[in-house]
Design a binder for this molecule. Structure first.
Ligand code: PNW
Length: 449
């Protein structure tokens, strides 16, 4: 007996360029905001950088073999903008494009469908120096870059997404500053969010069939007290609806705009922008990790926050099991998130483009046994199956991540991989979760109880 997924369900694993490639200064690549940020003292744990990372740039053929051993049907990776267009505008770098052509061909030769994310957080530094995402021009530059990349790879790549998690780029990058470029201004963060969305809409004109990936959360109030219920409305508003509504309904949510009144008058939004942003996407990618449980009535924070206008909301821990990121494990929240999309937004094919967990893994006698990660995947895949049974048009699932990698501000201290990486030797060791996942893919489902 198995819990069977629909025929053709797209099983995959995901990575991102800056997290795995290394080769930061090779073949004409210029610095991105993450090179600058990670090389700034105090920004990442231990001063870790992506200079070498998993050295995937030089090892991609071996890495594709590991993917083939897993039986992956698809591999989701991102293109490094400063590798392809070193100045953030102007001509493409042939050497940059050649790397991705080589990777795509290697994937296709192994029967693995390439899934390209155009932007996973590595803005060319030159564009940040010109204003970054708070500047409208960056959206236009992104559309040009998207056209270049699609021109070079569009004949071989069927699945395209514009942005990975614009909430993180905007609110962690320009609000709390815990991500690159490390700026801390709520109004700029909101402008950044708009220009990321605008860049998405403009890029659809040249890329055609493309989607976008959002990090969505289940959000619930700590109690039914009105202040807690309102805190949940606010955080759901900023985390989820501030992106979903403009993309799928053509308007920013009025309640969130009013929550933001002291931060911004939204005058950066021009006539016609929302029509561009709400061009129907080919698919929506959902990255799901956890639930936010929130309460009202905290001390209002005047400083840097990832939640402009709602800095007084408190994030509550319930004492349920957490991962090594301290993120609560909440698989029912994934069912909630997926069915909510079905109920509240126009129908669009959905993919879970990331889901996974960091745990402290140990290599013992050349084996990595990670039962906690297996349990996490198992619970969330059951959630996916439950959503599909309830009529959610979920078409695929990508584990985060194919291999351990540079976990942004956490450097190499957090491991999300199906495959263990020994950074001193670059030795790859598939974990027991990798063998488990390969079996799920082979069966197109889970063993029932
Ligand atoms: C996502 N948060 O990042 C990214 O898409 C991946 O690159 C990353 O490695 C993965 O999830 C695990 O972190 C996030 O603070 C980072 O809410 C931070 C947050 C959410 C997502």
């Amino acid at each position: 007996m198995t819990i069977a997924f629909p025929p053709g369900f797209l099983w995959g694993a995901a990575t991102a360029a800056y997290q795995i490639e290394g080769a930061a200064t090779e073949d004409g690549r210029t610095p991105s905001i993450w090179d600058t940020f990670s090389h700034t003292p105090g920004r990442t744990v231990g001063g870790d950088t992506g200079d070498v990372a998993c050295d995937h740039y030089h090892r991609f053929r071996d890495d594709v073999k590991l993917m083939a051993d897993l039986g992956l049907r698809s591999y989701r990776f991102s293109l490094s903008w400063p590798r392809i267009q070193p100045r953030g505008s102007g001509p493409a770098s042939q050497r940059g494009l050649d790397f991705y052509r080589g990777l795509v061909d290697e994937l296709l030769d192994n029967g693995i469908e390439p899934w390209v994310t155009l932007y996973h957080w590595d803005l060319p530094q030159e564009l940040e120096d010109a204003g970054g995402w708070p500047a409208r021009d960056t959206a236009l530059r992104f559309a040009d870059y998207a056209a270049l990349a699609h021109e070079a790879l569009g004949d071989r790549v069927r699945f395209w997404t514009t942005f990975n998690e614009p909430w993180c780029s905007a609110f962690l990058g320009y609000g709390s500053g815990v991500h690159a470029p490390g700026r801390t201004d709520g109004a700029e963060a909101v402008r950044a969010a708009h220009h990321l969305l605008l860049g998405h809409g403009l890029a659809l004109r040249s890329v055609g069939q493309a989607g976008i990936t959002l990090n969505l959360y289940a959000v619930s109030p700590a109690s039914q007290a009105p202040a807690d219920v309102d805190a949940a409305r606010r955080i759901d508003g900023l985390a989820n609806r501030f992106f979903l509504d403009p993309l799928l309904r053509g308007a920013y949510p009025a309640d969130v705009v009013s929550d933001l009144a002291d931060v911004t008058d939204m005058s950066h939004v021009r006539d016609g922008d929302l029509a561009i942003i709400s061009t129907p996407p080919a698919m929506l990618g959902v990255n799901y990790y956890s639930r936010h449980v929130v309460a009202g009535g905290g001390a209002s924070s005047s400083g840097a926050t990832s939640w402009p206008g709602s800095g007084d909301v408190r994030f509550v821990t319930r004492g349920v099991p957490v991962t090594d990121m301290n993120w609560e494990i909440d698989a029912p929240g994934l069912v909630e998130t997926l069915t909510r999309l079905r109920d509240e937004y126009p129908a669009v094919p959905l993919y879970v483009t990331e889901n996974g967990a960091a745990f402290v893994d140990a290599v013992v006698d050349g084996e990595v046994v990670d039962p906690d990660r297996v349990a996490y995947f198992d619970a969330h895949l059951r959630a996916c199956h439950q959503a599909i049974t309830a009529g959610v048009p979920l078409r695929g699932y990508f584990a985060w991540s194919l291999m351990d990698n540079f976990e942004w501000a956490w450097g190499y201290t957090k491991r999300f991989g199906l495959i263990h990486v020994d950074y001193a030797t670059q030795l790859r060791t598939p974990k027991s979760s990798a063998r488990w996942y390969a079996e799920v893919i082979r069966r197109n489902g889970l063993a029932a109880e």
